[in-house]
Design a protein around this ligand. Sequence first.
Ligand code: CDP
Ligand code: CDP
Length: 238
Amino acid sequence: MTLRVIAIDGPAASGKSSTAGLVARQLGWAHLDSGALYRALTLAAIDNLAEDVRRKGKEWPATQLIDLAERLPVRLVLIGDKFKPEVAGADVEEAIRGERVTRHVSVLAAIPEVRTWVNTQQRRAVEGRRGQEGFGGVVVDGRDIGTVVFPDAPLKIFLTATAHERARRRLFQRGQEVDLELVKQESEALAARDAADSSRRIAPLKAAQDAVMLDTTALTLEEQVTHVVELARQRFSR
Ligand code: CDP
Ligand code: CDP
């Protein structure tokens, strides 16, 4: 049976989650933001292990991270049409977007055990949905969805936009002023995270060979959503 997954990958603030959420809504599918799970695990690690790591001057301990994620637990819960991240039963959708989490997330996401754990949660979430009544499919967004997590996804999109435009969008999204100096700072922070995500040994940020490349610099959110929905209707028409 065809895997009913659309993979949307791309660099930071390229519009992955917004696009994935709206595409899922138009198709009547669910939306899974894999970055939210990396962020939720990072939040849990900062709150529970950071002091110990700092005191001992050590790296993040892989086994303890996974134990923590299982114990709390860190998980994805399907609410309506969206998988939401939870830590110890609390909705952490807002807390995971903070600066502290953003600063540490790429380091934790480069740990092989962390990636294996997150991938298992994602595959389970999609598998669990498959059995449910009225199941359409899942739009999953991240960095390695088309290359590693769901390499058989029939539709893969790789979103890009210039660093300047992405920085401008992120500031606007946060309700911050969009002045040139702030755009420059934000653009540097995004570029640093993209460099870390692209250069890691395991599952680096890159487009799958069969991904549709979509430069959104000059597009509106609505235009890119319409484009992806059209591609989805073609690929998933039986
Ligand atoms: O929304 P934004 O683009 O800022 O980032 P995100 O999608 O929330 O992802 C946060 C971080 O998680 C990324 O910078 C990556 O380090 C990591 N990530 C990953 O390694 N693989 C994924 N599939 C998704 C996120
Ligand atoms: O998930 P990712 O970090 O790739 O990006 P996002 O959080 O979905 O999008 C960043 C911001 O860019 C959101 O406020 C979007 O509404 C906005 N945006 C966009 O995604 N595409 C455009 N063509 C214009 C704005």
